[in-house]
Design a protein around this ligand. Structure first.
Ligand code: FE
Length: 208
């Protein structure tokens, strides 16, 4: 199997919100798709290691906010590079609430959906929730951000290496393929974990 074929699949980017007690949470997700229209059904697949997976399984509720191309990298760091288990990601962040009480973004968002889970399928690494659309609203006519747009325009690019005198030892640089974080040093430690997105050393490549 040619695993690079999977890179040819196109995705949008979304913030999936949940609420447990009075704890609001949101995560970045690219696996949201409308799978039926009478009645409307969205399928949302979530990695089982994400706290959101457990909260949705328990509460049966989530909101999906489609991100606009204007969404800044800080928004991805806030919702994507830390866990809602130990960080209240909506702390100090503007939000609206759906009729279900769950948070929704108020900007950098093109549409919001209030969802109620109707079925769950265990897919191994991920759990797939098929959801009833309780309510849906267009927030903006701006284009929805795709994964390709994020990689081309939002994710920071590694800066050009500074010109150094040839007698000096050249610093080696590795870039995280997931979020763009750059590590500098003599050698990338095998057990290195990206401080931004928590992906392992295997997701880094050396910048030559
Ligand atoms: Fe990273």
């Amino acid at each position: 199997m040619d695993s690079t074929a999977f890179f040819k699949l196109a995705y949008g980017l979304y913030v999936v919100t949940t609420r447990k007690g009075d704890w609001d949470n949101g995560m970045i997700c690219n696996t949201v798709v409308q799978v039926a229209n009478k009645p409307e059904r969205l399928a949302v697949s979530i990695n089982k290691s994400n706290w959101t997976h457990d909260v949705v399984k328990e509460t049966g509720l989530m909101n999906v906010c489609a991100l606009a191309e204007s969404a800044p990298f800080d928004l991805f760091k806030r919702f994507g590079f830390q866990s809602g288990r130990n960080v209240e990601k909506f702390e100090g962040f503007p939000l609206a609430r759906g009729a279900n009480g769950l948070a929704m973004l108020t900007k950098d968002c093109t549409a919001v959906f209030e969802l109620k889970v109707v079925s769950y399928t265990d897919l191994g690494t991920h759990g797939m929730f098929v959801c009833e659309v309780v309510d849906a609203k267009t927030v903006s006519d701006a284009p929805t951000m795709t994964y390709a747009y994020y990689h081309a325009n939002v994710k920071p690019k590694p800066a050009a290496p500074a010109a150094a005198p040839s007698s000096e030892k050249k610093t080696r640089r590795w870039v995280c393929k997931i979020c763009g974080y750059v590590y500098e040093g003599d050698e990338l430690p095998a057990d290195f974990e990206c401080p931004w997105c928590k992906h392992p050393a295997s997701d880094f490549e050396e910048v030559l």
